[in-house]
Design a protein around this ligand. Structure first.
Ligand code: GLU
Length: 417
């Protein structure tokens, strides 16, 4: 069995959910393709004086439920199809957690590790110029994703604001708090992952405090998830980054690992207190929960067949291929789907946007409470659909809710002209 592309996976997930929910044929056709995708070429003057041209995209998938919303990633594997899939997933994610947003995604094909900070700033500003006619606080609100962060959002906000002639903080979320970002946004995705991990353990009749957990990816999402699960008493036994994985059956000292990574250029390699293992060994380790927190298509059919984890919590977008997910259903390994598990980020983005619109700021406790309420409510709704409609897996249950909400919005709004 071959593993399919992220876009094929997303479309297959939609088709599968359609078996359990009644959606008009014409509306379903509209839901399968993005409203628009802009491709831009970005010439950048490099530090050595040469000019390099980067290709980038912004895909606006669906806006029936509100302005487009979704992050921007910097990665060598970005492609037009990949951003379409990611923008589709944003659409189903915002619908599932019931935010008044549609879905979008952007990406620049680049390897940020090979670029200086100045080059990344130039690239970001030129990209913002390239997409500025299609974004705006009521139109499309970007945010961080893989290899982008609050610093990147500050450059986007500044570039957009310069063209407008005044500060427009609400054009992006995930900003530094000094310029309109909200406290709690940096941790939000990882916090959400830790909340749903606790919820799924409770549902399965076990306890997160007794669990051994492996986390693939140690960027913003993976590292915060490791910290918060550690605080909840879980044993984080393995973590990995692009350079490889580290493993300690007694549980890693996460604070020590974080300190090490801070002093080691952001990398895990050479961390002596733990054993070095391969990424494949991490994915197939004998743990209670496996949390993929990096990029798409890491849980392939081959990995799914050998996996020893009791549950998968998808912190990344699209980490499990469609066929691998079917293997996990057959093997009765539950998967908390990405569109719920990593929705904490966009939930707090929404809270940031609301605060910006009101020129008001909330304290972090209020932000975290709101995040937890919205996420647990969506978790319960997903479980209710799963049980009531006798759906074989949680992802399909989540999709029935998301597709129905988006289709209803299309139905109510009708077809223009
Ligand atoms: N990039 C994040 C995601 O995939 C956050 C998007 C946002 O906050 O708009 O959900």
């Amino acid at each position: 069995m071959a593993d399919s592309s992220p876009l094929d996976n997303m479309l297959a997930q939609m088709e599968r959910a359609r078996e359990y929910v009644d959606i008009d044929d014409g509306i379903f056709e509209r839901l399968k393709t993005p409203e628009r995708t802009l491709t831009v070429s970005l010439p950048v003057r490099m530090d050595d004086g040469s000019v390099e041209v980067f290709e980038a995209y912004r895909c606006q998938f669906d806006s029936a439920r509100g302005p487009f919303k979704g992050g921007i990633r910097y990665h060598p594997t970005v492609s037009k199809d990949e951003v379409s899939a990611l923008a589709g997933w944003m659409t189903w994610k915002t619908a599932l957690v019931d935010l008044p947003f549609g879905g979008a995604k952007g990406g620049i094909i680049c390897e940020p590790k090979d670029l200086s900070e100045g080059e990344i700033e130039q690239l970001t500003r030129r990209y913002t110029e390239g997409i500025r006619r299609m974004i705006g606080p009521d139109i499309d609100i970007p945010a961080p994703d893989v290899n982008t962060n609050p610093r990147t959002m500050a450059w986007i906000m500044d570039t957009y604001s310069m063209y407008q002639g005044h500060a427009v903080p609400e054009v992006v979320t995930g900003k530094p708090p000094e310029i309109g970002g909200t406290d709690g946004r940096v941790e939000a995705t990882g916090r959400g992952v830790s909340i749903v991990t606790e919820e799924i353990f409770d549902y399965l009749g076990t306890h997160v405090g007794d669990a051994d957990v492996a986390i693939q990816g140690f960027g913003n999402v993976g590292s915060v998830t490791a910290q918060l699960l550690d605080e909840r008493g879980a044993n984080v036994v393995a973590v990995s980054d692009v350079g490889g994985a580290i493993y300690d059956p007694d549980g890693l000292d996460i604070t020590d690992v974080l300190d090490y990574v801070d002093d080691n250029d952001g990398r895990l390699d050479g961390y002596e207190p733990a054993e070095e293992i391969s990424n494949d060994e991490l994915l197939t380790a004998d743990v209670d929960a496996l949390i993929p927190a990096a990029i798409e298509n890491v849980i392939t059919v081959d990995v799914a067949e050998r996996m020893q984890a009791d549950v998968v919590v998808e912190a990344a977008n699209g980490p499990t291929t469609f066929d691998a997910a079917s293997v996990l259903v057959d093997r009765e390994i539950p998967v908390v789907p990405d569109i719920l598990a990593n929705a904490g980020g966009v939930i707090v983005s929404y809270l940031e946007w609301v605060q910006n619109s009101q020129q008001y700021s909330w304290e972090v406790g209020e932000v975290n409470r709101d995040l937890e309420d919205r996420l647990t409510m969506a978790f319960d709704e997903m479980l209710a659909a799963y049980e009531e409609k006798e759906i074989p897996d949680l992802r399909t249950a989540a999709y029935t809710i998301a597709l129905e909400r988006t289709a209803n919005a299309h139905n109510l709004r009708g077809l223009f002209p």
